[in-house]
Design a binder for this molecule. Structure first.
Ligand SMILES: Cc1ncc(COP(=O)(O)O)c(C=O)c1O
Length: 387
């Protein structure tokens, strides 16, 4: 898409942003540039590509596409969501302090506590659905606030504008970068940069790719200085995705808007069904009027997403039983693919938080609601709950 054809419509950006017909052949789809290196007419002279750790045209197309979807100036793709997170944390000097929402992906907590903490960076975990608590945790050495919304797996909604206002308004506010892991919502449902965040991070493995066939990560920012440092780190540390993975992700993104609309529709119906079921104590879904931040979700999000969590009346045993009995919902980690998944966070995705200050309830079950026919999904859940 050329710069004079710019649009704000995500549906068009998903299909076109970052992608031009191949100048060499006219191929309408960005080719998989499966090459590690590029010929140089003379030493140091090249067409912008010298080595594929540094840059690769398929990766460039993906980076520009995701940046456009998030409404940001710069995008960078990584080998996984964790690689993106790890690279972001390398922006910080030893002695820095990071405020983290107390409901985050278990792997993020593991990376922070078992890897990054050893480099002299400290982490405080706070309830980010309380913007005052986040702002109160700011210290002179705070350099980053790490947020998810909706959170994983409890699906709390975090008021991004309120947190940005309070944190940036604090005395050390100008040194603090606010990062939002936008994996659960996807840019279709919310664009954190437009709400004042400095950096958006994604596990593109999930809704962006959308087909459970690739692992990847991405970062988007409008801050040129942050971008330059991250671009340096991307090449220096080298946690980059291969060309085929970039191509798969680009291909998935082309239907993001169609998939997300159906994920939201199906998840709403599933949440309403589960809310009325006697085996279920509580349904956590931002699209239910009973959700703690329902009104905020209506204001901040374009839809409520495909993730639904439930707390079972029968505790851990019932949660394990429910997760093991579904047939259409596959028992598996991950989320955001076209197929429905079910999991038990306590023993699966969030096992690394066990016994910690951010441990998840043992009676919790998390559903990634896919795009199948909703009647089949509900019938499957109904039979699985009949024990
Ligand atoms: C919210 C969130 N962030 C980050 C990650 C990590 O991404 P990846 O598995 O692509 O490394 C995940 C993975 O489940 C996730 O759910």
């Amino acid at each position: 898409m050329t710069t004079d054809e710019r649009t704000d419509h995500l549906d068009t950006l998903a299909v076109h942003a970052g992608q031009e017909p191949d100048p060499a052949t006219g191929a309408i789809m960005t080719p998989i540039y499966q090459t590690s290196t590029y010929v140089q007419p003379a030493p140091g002279e090249h067409l912008g590509y010298e080595y594929s750790r540094t840059d690769n045209p398929t990766r460039t197309a993906l980076q520009q596409n995701i940046a456009a979807l998030e409404g940001g100036g710069y995008g960078l793709a990584f080998a996984s969501g964790m690689a993106a997170t790890d690279t972001l944390l390398r922006l910080l000097e030893p002695g820095s302090h990071v405020i983290v929402g107390n409901d985050v992906y278990g792997g993020t907590y593991r990376l922070f506590e078992q890897v990054i903490a050893r480099t002299g960076i400290t982490f405080d975990y706070v309830d980010a659905s309380n913007a005052v608590a986040v702002a109160s945790a700011v210290r002179p050495e705070t350099r980053m606030v790490w947020l998810e919304t909706p959170t994983n797996p409890l699906l709390a909604v975090v008021n991004l504008e309120d947190i940005v206002r309070r944190v940036k308004g604090s005395t050390s506010g100008k040194y603090i970068k606010i990062v939002v892991d936008n994996t659960f919502a996807s840019p279709y449902l919310q664009q954190p940069l437009r709400l004042g965040a400095d950096i958006v991070m994604h596990s593109t493995t999930k809704y962006l790719s959308g087909h459970s066939d690739v692992v990847g990560g991405a970062v988007v920012t409008d801050d040129a200085e942050v971008y330059e440092r991250l671009k340096f780190l991307q090449n220096a540390a080298g946690a980059v995705p291969g060309a085929f993975d970039c191509w798969l992700t680009l291909r998935g993104i082309k239907t993001l808007h169609l998939r997300m609309a159906r994920h939201c529709e199906n998840a709403q119906a599933v949440a309403e069904f589960l809310e009325g079921h006697e085996a279920v104590e509580q349904v956590l879904y931002p699209g239910l009027a009973s959700h703690r931040q329902y009104e905020l979700a209506v204001r901040q999000m374009r839809g409520f997403g495909g993730m639904v969590s439930v707390i079972m009346r029968g505790g851990e045993a019932a949660a394990r039983e429910f997760a093991a009995r579904t047939r259409l919902f596959a028992l598996a980690e991950s989320l955001g693919g076209v197929e429905s998944l079910i999991e038990h966070p306590y023993s699966m995705t969030h096992a690394s938080t066990a016994e910690s200050e951010i441990a998840v309830p043992p009676g919790l079950v998390r559903l990634s609601v896919g795009i199948e026919h909703v009647d089949d999904l509900i019938a499957d859940l109904a039979q699985a709950l009949a024990f």
